[in-house]
Write a protein that binds this ligand. Structure first.
Ligand code: UGB
Length: 588
């Protein structure tokens, strides 16, 4: 290395650091100083990037890895000394007086919000090649997740500014965390759709970097099998979002501008914005510095459980325990059956984490100043045998955004809000084959169930507002039995909260099971409308539309599609049906 005149002083320091941290093997196959000069430069560029994108630098990463790998080898329990118990939080019932009050409080607060969408993950489990943000939420309108999210934030922005009669904070910022896997395609999706109506300056993209892979228990960095001048890298997890936000400097700017809440959310939950106003209302009225949104959880369901952990020394915290750790933790602490449903409710007593966090901005910044955004990490090596001396393939450190409360002082107000699953949570994560294998009664978390959940929620909300909605029928798509409700969709500007819906429909309306209703417009009132078929309403802003009477036509039907049938596009195959548009009534 000394002979390499190509090295800058900074690179020489990085080389020394690598040697000090036991990484000499990286250079074992390097040829003479004058060979592969460009590749060697690129190697040090990569090392510099790995160094600058990890809180504390690459040396810290290697040291943390050594410690976590030693703990893993020793079989150390990450919850050693802690006893789990069921925490208490806010349990909300959709549509009651308390819920509606919280929704209004949430709308009021929305103008102080910042939304942060973590979208660096690729849909590997889903078996979809594109970015998940580009997938349709439902195929009646075909709107993609990103469009739905942006339209929801814009509607919140407008409703909140109107309530406060204040334009000062009007533009709600949206941060999107991307990765090398999703960055370019996210920009392309935004650009080619004029940011779905949002001002481009409102959207900030922060790209997370991957971390170095580790090839053994000594945390020796793994080289790319095809390139001896490149370190192999893998994603570090959604926990990166905190360090990225901190180092961007954006949080301080927003705090100065009067913002108060940071709302984190995931890439494919089409129901989420139905739960946002009330949960933000809970944060504001309860003064929670951390508020996690949760849903009732079936035992062993593949979502984490929100758990109160009490240490032998008296410390307590309310934190997500991942589903693969909850069962062993319970068994080890006097619950021999582990993670099981409460026979009375049919659900696990531990609420399910849906990774929607609302953090109060001021305390969040204070905490990040202490930690630099570093989040408790874990490592999950797949060992070749029980001696745990070698790995089947390289591993890396990982981190999760919901582990943020782990470092908080005990005085912090950490709470959670439980809402019905039908209202709040329908992610699209599993491919058809895996979804079909989900134990009966547990949610599929597939493109099929994600779309059906939208129709179900909208139908149930209309029903609660007095509309007569037909009972759903059962059908099987891609091996998954689902309830098919009338295909009701509306744009967020039509209704954000239950009060909006109640004001725009009356109890003389009815919708049959075969029906499809698309409401796209602000002032559309359904006043004694009897729908048996498809009705598509598009109203420009300012138009006042009142609909009554009977709409009867052949409507739109769902045609089965097999996921193995390559003649259909991937986004159709993964849901197992296609909408056949036979006949509709359109109001423009
Ligand atoms: N993501 C990133 O932005 N970067 C990454 O490096 C990785 C992911 P997954 P996961 O709600 O159902 C979480 O892979 O991590 C984004 C919780 O840990 O879909 O397996 C990615 O783009 C779990 O407790 O989920 O499980 C996506 O938007 C439970 O709540 C998001 O992070 C579960 O979500 C989540 O990534 C759930």
């Amino acid at each position: 290395l000394k002979n390499l005149s190509l090295l800058s002083p900074q690179q020489i320091e990085l080389a020394k650091m690598l040697l000090k941290e036991g990484q000499k093997h990286l250079f074992d196959d390097w040829s003479g100083a004058d060979v592969d000069v460009e590749k060697k430069k690129a190697f040090f560029d990569q090392v510099a990037l790995l160094d600058s994108s990890y809180p504390g630098g690459l040396a810290s990463y290697i040291q943390n890895a050594k410690k976590l790998l030693a703990d893993s080898k020793a079989g150390k329990n990450p919850f050693d000394g802690f006893t789990p118990s069921v925490p208490s939080g806010e349990v909300l019932t959709f549509g009651d007086e308390n819920f509606m009050k919280l929704e209004e409080a949430g709308i009021k607060e929305a103008r102080h919000a910042i939304f942060v969408l973590v979208a660096g993950g690729l849909g590997e489990r889903l078996g979809y090649k594109g970015i998940k943000l580009a997938l349709p939420v439902e195929t009646t309108t075909g709107k993609c997740f990103l469009q739905h999210y942006i339209e929801s934030i814009l509607a919140l922005q407008e409703a909140s500014a109107k309530l406060a009669q204040d334009e000062l904070l009007a533009k709600i910022p949206l941060v999107i965390m991307t990765s090398d896997d999703t960055h370019a395609r996210t920009i392309e999706l935004l650009d080619s759709n004029s940011y779905f109506g949002m001002e481009s300056s409102q959207v900030k993209l922060l790209k997370q970097e991957k971390v170095a892979c580790l090839s053994d228990n000594d945390a020796r960095l793994a080289l790319d099998p095809n390139d001896k001048y490149k370190i192999q890298t893998k994603p570090h997890g959604h926990g990166d979002v905190h360090a990225l936000l901190y180092s961007s400097g954006l949080l301080e700017q927003w705090k100065e501008a009067g913002r108060r809440w940071v709302l984190f959310f995931q890439d494919t939950n089409g129901l989420l914005f139905k739960a946002i106003p009330a949960s933000l209302g809970v944060s504001a009225t309860k003064g929670y510095t951390v508020n996690s949104l949760a849903v009732p959880r079936k035992a062993k369901e593949a979502i984490g459980g929100i758990t109160k952990l009490t240490h032998a020394d008296g410390r307590t915290m309310v934190i997500n325990v991942e589903y693969n750790q909850l069962d062993p933790l319970l068994r080890a602490t006097g619950h021999p059956d582990g993670d099981v449903n409460d026979p009375e409710t049919g659900f696990s007593p531990y609420p399910g984490n849906i990774n929607q966090l609302i953090l109060e901005l001021g305390p969040y910044i204070e905490e990040l100043k202490k930690t630099g955004g570093a989040i408790a990490e874990f490592v999950n090596p797949k060992y070749t045998d029980s001696t745990k001396t070698a790995f089947k393939s390289s591993t890396r450190l990982e981190c999760m955004m919901q582990d943020y409360p782990k470092t908080l002082p005990p005085s912090s107000k950490v709470g959670f809000t439980v809402m019905d699953t039908w209202l709040a949570y329908a992610p699209v994560k599993n491919n058809p084959e895996d979804a079909a294998k989900v134990p009966k009664g547990n949610p599929y978390h597939s493109a099929t169930s994600g779309e059906m959940a939208i129709y179900r929620a909208n139908s149930l909300i209309l029903r609660k507002a007095g509309v007569t909605i037909a009972e759903p029928v059962k059908d099987v798509f891609n091996g998954q039995e689902v309830e098919v409700w009338p295909r009701v969709t509306w744009s967020p500007k039509w209704a954000l909260i239950f009060k909006d819906v109640k004001e725009k429909v009356n109890n003389k309306c009815s919708i049959t099971e075969k029906s499809t209703l698309v409401v796209n417009g602000r002032h559309v009132a359904l006043n004694g409308l009897n729908l048996d078929g498809t009705l598509n309403i598009n109203a420009v802003d300012g138009a006042e539309v009142k609909l009554s009477g009977v709409v009867l036509n052949k409507g739109w039907s769902l045609e089965h599609v097999d996921y193995k049938d390559n003649s259909f596009p991937e986004e159709i195959r993964i849901r197992g049906f296609k909408i056949e548009k036979v006949e509709q009534f359109e109001v423009n």
